[in-house]
Design a protein around this ligand. Sequence first.
Ligand code: SF4
Ligand code: SF4
Length: 105
Amino acid sequence: MKHSFIALIEDKCTSCMLCVRECPAWCINLDSHTVEVTEEGARRPKKVNVLDSFDIDYSLCMYCGVCIDVCPFDALAWDEHRALTSTNREDMILSIADLRPSGSS
Ligand code: SF4
Ligand code: SF4
């Protein structure tokens, strides 16, 4: 498999921050907030993280795969159908919409 791109499956991300903490290049940035949700039949509300932003700076990324390996929810995955090239550093910082897997909208 080619290790050319890391995709974020947004719905699976719980904003647990593990990938952010373990990335050796410190190239993942994440922001989230917490909301209280009461599920049907539950005795009390529970707190749930809501993902606000998730960026990978590909100008720093080493493609080591640590973020993919440590994610407990399989929210990150190699996407062999995409590759990133640019001469502009700003273009190498991708956010949630840019990080969606190939074939998803
Ligand atoms: S592949 Fe490695 S360097 Fe790149 S974002 Fe993931 S943990 Fe960081
Ligand atoms: S480790 Fe996975 S679930 Fe946790 S913040 Fe990173 S992508 Fe989201």
